[in-house]
Design a protein around this ligand. Structure first.
Ligand code: FAD
Length: 303
């Protein structure tokens, strides 16, 4: 309860204090910071997906700036020969303000990545964004079959139906490619599973469905029982290494990450960076109030 109260008050904490905690989960504020973090991960045989922080913008001029920043990022990263791709949050490009322009911006970024033979993934945000994000994915998948992927959230009751409804997008020469996550937003019980056990059971059902239907799976979790469940399914369906990868967040459970890499599984780390780190950090902390103790420790250590 104490941690929960503190986590609610986090936006009012001094940014310097939040940074003490955030620096382990964010690669830094500049593209150079992201390149340095990505190179270090690449040296550990880990691929990356880059994310410029910022979401739920208020004006379309912010959306245009985000488009420009991502375009510059893609060009810089391709020139730096990083083994990585890009994650895009539709709300950063104005999904909830002007869907048509949002689509155009995301299309431009996908075209830029595709021109380098690379790939972008559409992150999944909260439930009001799901229909439109799937629609954008559908349209981009038809135009750039090899260069676009989507995230699906196992906690949403609709997800198994969404998965099935997108099988028509499969092509022999271009995998359907979904990152499967539990889901990070607070959603009503009418539309989302709430219990850990239910979310995990549906996660594994969705993953099994993907393996059975030859869908490329990005297995994004740090949860040991889920990782084991995924490994069991990989074994059961004899899924070849090039048909799946594990994914983890920057700075989270590096020991588990290394173990999977040592055992020969492909691994990608989500590398968030940028000036908008404060909002991202306070959200992460609200999700995981237990981490408030790190902040309190930083406060005491500083004292
Ligand atoms: C690569 C990647 C991309 C993602 N993209 C999206 C997305 O587009 N949309 C979306 O809704 N969600 C996304 N998520 C978040 C996801 O939905 C979960 O909220 C998050 O991964 C935590 O769930 P878990 O499966 O790790 O299991 P949990 O049961 O939550 O965690 C298992 C264990 O992992 C560790 N852990 C987990 N998260 C953290 C953390 N933040 N800091 C420190 N330790 C932690 C803890 O030890 C915890 O006990 C993404 C996650 C990953 C890994």
């Amino acid at each position: 309860m104490f941690h929960k109260i503190i986590s609610q008050a986090l936006p009012y904490f001094p940014p310097k204090l939040i940074w003490q905690f955030s620096k382990s989960y964010i690669a830094g504020t500049t593209t150079q910071d992201a390149i340095n973090a990505s190179k270090a991960l690449n040296r550990e045989n880990v691929m990356v997906t880059l994310d410029i922080l910022g979401e739920f913008i208020k004006t379309m001029s912010q959306a245009a700036k985000n488009r420009d920043d991502y375009l510059a990022l893609i060009r810089t990263i391709e020139a730096a020969a990083i083994n990585g791709n890009y994650s895009l949050k539709p709300s950063m490009f104005g999904l909830l303000i002007d869907k048509k322009t949002c689509f155009e911006y995301m299309r431009e970024l996908t075209a830029e990545a595709a021109s380098h033979g690379n790939f972008v993934r559409i992150d999944m945000e909260d439930s009001p964004c799901v229909d439109d994000s799937i629609d954008i994915f559908r349209r981009l998948k038809q135009e750039f079959p090899r260069n676009i992927g989507l995230v699906l959230q196992a906690y949403l009751k609709r997800t198994s139906g969404d998965l099935e409804s997108m099988l028509d997008l499969r092509r022999d020469d271009a995998d359907l490619n979904f990152r499967l996550v539990k889901g990070v937003y607070v959603e009503p019980a009418a539309i989302a599973y709430k219990a850990y056990k239910d979310i995990n059971a549906h996660y594994l059902e969705d993953l099994e469905f993907m393996f059975k239907n030859n869908v490329y799976a990005a297995i994004a979790t740090h949860d040991t029982p889920l990782i084991q469940g995924a490994l069991d399914l990989i074994d059961q369906y004899q899924v070849p290494k090039e048909k799946y990868e594990f994914q983890m967040l920057y700075g989270v459970t590096p020991k588990k990450r290394r173990e999977l890499v040592q055992n020969g599984h492909r691994m990608r780390v989500y590398v968030p960076f940028g000036e908008q780190w404060f909002g991202y950090s306070t959200r992460r902390l609200k999700e995981n109030p237990a981490m408030v103790r790190h902040i309190l420790k930083a406060l005491v250590d500083k004292g």
